[in-house]
Design a protein around this ligand. Sequence first.
Ligand code: SF4
Length: 386
Amino acid sequence: MFNYFQDLADRQLAGGTLTREEALAVLHSTDDQLLDVVAAAGRLRRAHFANTVKVNYLVNLKSGLCPEDCTYCSQRLGSAAQILKYTWLKPEEAVQQAATGIRAGASRVCLVASGKGPTDRDVDRVASMVEGLKDEHPQVEVCACLGILKDGQASKLKDAGVDAYNHNLNTSESNYADICTTHEYSDRVRTVEHAKDAGLSPCSGLIVGMGETDDELIDAVFALRELDSDSIPVNFLMPFEGTPLEGTWLLTPAHCLRILTMIRFACPATELRMAGGREMHLRSLQPLALQVANSLFLGDYLTSEGQEAKADLDMIADNGFVVLGAGPDSSTGSTDCTGSAVSSAVSPGSAASGTPQTNNDGGAPASAGQVTIRRRGAGTELAPNV
Ligand code: SF4
């Protein structure tokens, strides 16, 4: 029986390029079609990443006190969010924080600092942390996320042993002025290009749930495809109280899943990470999202707490996945790569028409009180969540 989404997966596996109409068809799929969509996108995930999950670990090197005004950010200028605020961690503390994540299974450590971009002195500071980290853990990948880079800074980071650089586009170019006025979309694109030119693996992703339209979301995803980002973290807006987007709860679990599947169809071979906010927005659908995404952050985020790290690792194992880079003994599940489909006929023409669809959208948006401010790990006396 013809199945629109399986046919779409066949075409991507054969090297096809997702069109806007097809992306809309995925975003407008109904709840009845949701398992079909996930099964089809899951074939792409398994073709490129088998049953592995890449585990990443965040270390917030410098928290809050940012002069920029990104509306979604708890660290922004004027934020009244009661987050931890601290200046640069000492190198030995940064290495120690990173090491806890590595011991828990992370194969990549993401070193993040708030601010518009680093000074040359900041780059030297991070370079010395990375050198210390690589001395102790030569196998670990290090991703730096320090904001907008100036000429020469990407090369300096590369020389120090940094493997990747993260700078998210966050949203579409047309939507950018609505989420930030202190820098521009083009600054972000340029930084990703700088990182690529210096030989760093580009990591760039999104924040969804900020009121973007489906077309704006597709614009942003296609821009990431154009940038050829090696990894795409997808953050689900956590509307911190005390920020302009406080009270913005627009996402349902099913729609979060549709967004991830659309990105998987658009970028079949790209590392796709379910990032900040996955717990409160995907909720009980997190395991289904793993059938599409092949990467996550373990434990806590920069300024908020995630679910317990043990719950992350249990979810991976319980669903038949293995942590990338872990020994064969950690495999507890299937290595089946067929991604067998739950098939049923769909009506792609109607789904792709661009007219509003009734997709039922099981589940309700999350609500206030679900963002828990981080009070442990980096910048505190308490042990991190690993
Ligand atoms: S530049 Fe970074 S830290 Fe500063 S407000 Fe924007 S997202 Fe937050």
